[in-house]
Design a protein around this ligand. Structure first.
Ligand code: FE
Length: 230
């Protein structure tokens, strides 16, 4: 059974970039529905007790589209909440150096990230990810994510589904992405993910009931994502 992870901040904490109304609907309705459907479908598929990362990959491998879409959306949203913070700090250390190498600076990253998100047709996600040849910005359709892409380790993601921004920005996805990058992007989280991509820790894994109840180590499953070669 997968839980719906609590938001790591209050509903109103990201205002004015994102309203409490948007966060409440997005988390309490959309994300909750993906988690509930995943639990139902994973049980039916005999995947009880497996990590969500395993369920996503297994469903993708078996072309179980319904389970894949719900499980990947459950995972993507949990990751997305951590990619935002009410107290953003500029990128620093190895992350700043990697951004400079790949994009010529934070401004160059923002331009690439916003352009990728604006140009993305329909629903999906825009990612900053670490690959074997440095950082890159990619977008994925619907529920697709980096879990099913070899050699890409996610650092940041922004939700491009209209439910993520329509209440606050109507059809203005560009302004949403610009403000998101400037005002709430959680670079401290991205720095931890990059460290994990380089072998220090395993990076984000979807929380499980057992771990939060007992405080025990999460599990012995393989780490998230396929690490790019050092
Ligand atoms: Fe969403």
């Amino acid at each position: 059974m997968f839980i719906l992870p609590k938001l790591p901040y209050d509903y109103a904490a990201l205002e004015p970039t994102l309203s409490a109304d948007t966060l409440r609907t997005h988390h309490d309705k959309h994300h909750k529905a993906y988690v509930e459907k995943t639990n139902e479908l994973a049980k039916r598929a005999g995947l009880d007790g497996r990590s969500l990362e395993d369920v996503v990959r297994d469903a993708h491998r078996k072309a179980d589209q319904k389970l894949f879409h719900n499980a990947a959306q459950a995972w993507n949203h949990a990751f997305f909440w951590l990619c935002m913070t009410p107290q953003p700090a500029a990128p620093s250390g190895p992350l700043k150096a990697a951004i400079d190498r790949a994009f010529g600076g934070v401004r160059g990253f923002k331009d690439a990230f916003v352009a990728e998100g604006v140009d993305h047709f329909g629903s999906g996600w825009v990612w900053l990810a670490a690959g074997s040849d440095g950082l890159k910005v990619i977008s994925t359709h619907d529920a697709d994510d980096t879990l099913i892409r070899d050699g890409l380790f996610p650092l940041l993601v922004c939700d491009l589904w209209e439910h993520a921004y329509y209440l606050d920005y109507k059809n203005d996805r560009k302004t949403f992405l610009e403000r998101w990058t400037d005002m709430v992007a959680n670079w401290a989280f991205a720095e931890r993910q990059l460290a994990a991509a380089n072998g220090a820790g395993e990076g984000f894994l979807y929380p499980e009931v057992a771990a939060s109840e007992t405080g025990a180590a999460r599990r012995d499953a393989p780490g998230h994502g396929d690490r790019p070669p050092a």
